[in-house]
Each structure stands twice: as structure tokens, then as C-alpha cells.
Design a protein around this ligand. Sequence first.
Ligand SMILES: [Zn+2]
Ligand SMILES: [Zn+2]
Length: 227
Amino acid sequence: MKRTLHILLSLIFLIPLIYIGSLVLEKFNFVSSFTKNNSKTFSIETNSDIKEMNSLPLFKYNPHAEKLGIIKKENTSCPACERKREYVYNGPFYSEDQVKGICPWCIKDGTAASKYEGAFQDAESCEDVDKQEYLVELTTRTPGYSGWQQERWLSHCGDFCALKGYVGWQEIKYMKDELTKDLDEIKSDYNLTQEQLEKYLVNNGSLQGYLFECLHCGKHRITVDTD
Ligand SMILES: [Zn+2]
Ligand SMILES: [Zn+2]
């Protein structure tokens, strides 16, 4: 008798608990399906111009293009997509036609390069990489950069490095050991002593450094040119 009472009492407590529990679960389900539905609508909306205007495409070999002024926030009427855009490419483009005002999206999807049979980087001035597709991505779907002379693109671990920035000795002296091989080559190419290198290698100076970073091992590399 006592045991039956015990079971009955337990059930009296358990049933409402289970009921409340199921309500909570349902609510959670509702919340998650609600956000799912909502994000769907949201993503449909953001596929429009608004999203494109607000988020720039990412370029693995030139991830800081905007910071480096290679992509500028400036209105353009892009000749490749024939649309008004808020960002414009401000770097080299090698093609038969003089093309100005390319938008970053037409770089990213290859529209500009294919429409004008052009390239953002001279393939002859690139170091070797393991796969042809890396070269295609760099030359036809990556913003270039503006050097004094023909821009070189460095590689490491079988792939192109990412351009990190425009530098002088001040910006790289803390990594001089890591850059020894490249710096020795530069000294020999330009016939410079270490002292001269440190003196003349100045950002925005007549001996300009271009710093790269390996996408695979993180090693830094540098190349320079003169005005
Ligand atoms: Zn465009
Ligand atoms: Zn590497």
C-alpha cells in the first residue's frame, strides 16, 4: 500500500515535469526553426547588391588590398559588369584596351580578366609554384600591386605568398634573420653593403620593399625595386 502511494505521488510530480520539459523542447525547436527560416530569408536578401556593396571579396594572395590602397572606397561605374559600385581597383591591369574603374567583384570572379583578356600580374614576373591553377588565380583573379618597376610575386612552399605590405628597413628589421636569404640577394643584385641597405630601404623611398608571407608556413619574404 505504502509503495503504491509512493509510485502515485512520484507520478503526480513526474507528469507535470515531463509536460513542462516537452514544452521547453518545443519552444527551443520553434526558436531554432524560426532562426533557420529567418536566416534563409536574410540570405536571399543579402545576395542582392546591398551585400556586395558592404562586404568586399577576399583575395588570398592579396588579403590587405583595401588597407594598402589597392582597392579604394570610391564610386565607380565598372566597365566589366556595367554596374555602379562603391569600391574601385587602383592597381595595374595589363590588357590591350585601357581599362579603368574595375570593381573588386569583377576581379574576384574573373569577369574583368576574361572580358578584356587581361591580367593583374605579369606571369613572367612570378616565382615558380606547384600548380598552374595558382598562377591563374594570381594573374586573373587577384588584385595586383603597384611597384616602381615590374612587380614580382614571390612564392614559398610551392604556392604564392600573400602580399603583406609596402616596407622599409624600419618595418622589417625585427625579422631580418628570417629574411636573410632574400636580403643577401638584394644586396648582391643592387651592389649594396648592409649599412647602405639599412639606409636606403625606406617605405615610400627610392628603394622600396614589398613584404610577403607564406600562406602555408608563415615565413616572410621580401623583394625590392627602385624608382
Ligand atoms: Zn564590376
Ligand atoms: Zn612556406
